[in-house]
Design a protein around this ligand. Structure first.
Ligand code: BGP
Length: 464
């Protein structure tokens, strides 16, 4: 039986500037450049972002390969530090302008629609050092200025914009769970940063809509949704899962789509005395600048157990890794992370968006399987025979298809990632690409999964 997807379905893949380009325009560093420059030992095999997959030099050849694996859309991001010279005035770096113009034109010339994200964890480190980064509302204004430059420069050709990738990872990585620089544990700051990110997104959306030439485009945001399932029927686990859902998913879904924060979450944060500082003008801005479309990054669910300490306080248990996975059932991926593979969550997400978020148009903006030491699967022809990744994509797409059949308004599926790329502190440990990148030589070759996707995209579906 053939599964057919809606007309004009986005068969695509996602990457980001900091993970693919390599370091150019060296006069500014983002937080990852800086972290690597100062503590290279924090990075797997001491591999940093300096070269990444060298997209800055090889984008023309890379885009040809992306075309060969059937992608009709590709998401990447513009780097704030590479496009802008002076963050206060948002004056431009000419080489950054040239590069991103060339990239966008090259995608279009190859029949690939560029989907552009404005921020993928790559805060200019100067803005952290001067203002505390996203802790500061001034930085949200500077971000909106940078966003405006992007809309003005590229809005004639780019019609699908996204304001942030995974704001929750910024909050948790930098301010709670210490996996991103500056590795702080501070619940109050974490909550303010979350609010400021939602505010910054609304400011960028307001700018976009005020520029009339962009009226034919759409703007959205990209959230990592992690459905929180209770580990058992025990009411304490059920309650814990409910609270986890409030923080993990509703924190950003509500302002982005509904234009306000969840009252229940605000109540909990107020009780914990960590609620953000806001003004009535900001509340109005958020209310009137909701998104046109949503990107959903999905990798794994949470299985939530009741915490050892009070389940009524978010802040008590969050730094204690309350959401840490308990023994995961079934298959897992990512040797270091042990992420559970649970494709049905995509169906649950689809129905949740349909029922609780106005059935807003959305797409899977990241879904992928990280595998370590993938050379193990090189076959006699020198191709990575990644049947496990094909199985992974088929399973997820099958559940997504059920969600679409049930009326959810999903218009695309993007694999993480087109070409093996640099994964933050994990560097090249887990490979996700449809295209292999031998990082010693920067030689790029299509994997079995890339050939499978080319066929699937051509057929607009696949046999199950
Ligand atoms: C998402 C990020 C991507 C990418 C992916 C894979 O959270 O948006 O940038 O890195 O996860 O995860 P990782 O690279 O940590 O293995």
């Amino acid at each position: 039986m053939q599964l057919n997807f809606p007309d004009n379905f986005w068969w695509g893949a996602a990457t980001s500037g900091p993970q693919s380009e390599g370091r150019f325009h060296k006069s500014h560093a983002n937080v990852f450049d800086y972290w690597y420059d100062t503590t290279p030992t924090d990075f797997h095999d001491f591999v940093g972002p300096n070269t990444a997959s060298d997209f800055y030099h090889s984008f023309r050849a890379d885009i040809k390969l992306m075309k060969q694996v059937g992608l009709n859309t590709v998401r990447t991001s513009i780097q704030w530090t590479r496009l802008i010279d002076d963050f206060e005035t948002a004056s431009l770096n000419p080489d950054g302008v040239r590069f991103y113009n060339d990239v966008i034109d090259e995608f279009i010339a190859n029949g690939i629609t560029p989907i552009i994200n404005l921020h993928h964890f790559d805060l200019p480190v100067e803005l952290y050092q001067q203002y505390g980064g996203w802790e500061s509302k001034h930085v949200t204004d500077l971000y909106a200025k940078y966003a405006e430059q992007c809309f003005r420069l590229f809005g004639d050709r780019v019609k699908n914009w996204f304001t942030f990738n995974e704001p929750m990872v910024i909050v948790e990585g930098q301010y709670l769970h210490q996996f991103h620089y500056p590795k702080i544990v501070d619940g109050k700051k974490a909550v303010q940063v979350a609010y400021n990110l939602a505010l910054a997104s609304a400011k960028a959306i307001a700018k976009y809509r005020s520029l009339s030439k962009n009226n034919d485009g759409k703007i959205g945001t990209i959230l990592n949704l992690t459905p929180a399932y209770a580990a058992s029927d025990d009411p304490a686990d059920q309650k814990a899962a409910h609270i986890a859902e409030l923080w993990t998913n509703k924190l950003f879904l509500y302002p982005a789509i509904l234009g306000h924060f969840s009252e229940e979450l605000v109540e909990l944060l107020t009780k914990d005395q960590v609620i953000w500082q806001s003004t009535p003008e900001e509340t109005e801005l958020i209310k009137h600048n909701t998104i046109d479309q949503l990107g959903v990054n999905y990798y794994h669910p949470f299985r939530v157990q009741r915490p050892d300490i009070s389940p009524d306080s978010l802040m008590d248990w969050m730094p204690n890794k309350y959401f840490a996975n308990y023994d995961m059932p079934g298959r897992v991926m990512n040797v270091d992370k042990g992420w559970e593979i649970y494709p049905k969550a995509l169906y649950d997400i689809a129905l949740n968006i349909r029922d609780e978020y106005h059935n807003i148009p959305w797409f899977v903006s990241e879904n992928g399987m990280g595998v370590s030491r993938e050379e193990r699967y090189l076959n006699d022809q020198g191709m990575i025979d990644d049947q496990y990744r094909i199985k992974f994509m088929k399973e997820h797409l099958t559940w997504l298809h059920k969600g679409i059949t049930a009326g959810s308004n999903c218009f695309g599926y993007h694999v993480w990632t087109p070409i093996d790329c640099w994964s933050w502190a994990n560097a090249y440990r887990n490979r996700y690409g449809l295209i292999r990148n031998d990082i010693r030589t920067q030689t790029k070759t299509i994997k079995a999964s890339g050939h499978w996707l080319a066929e699937t995209s051509k057929q607009n579906g696949f046999d199950i």
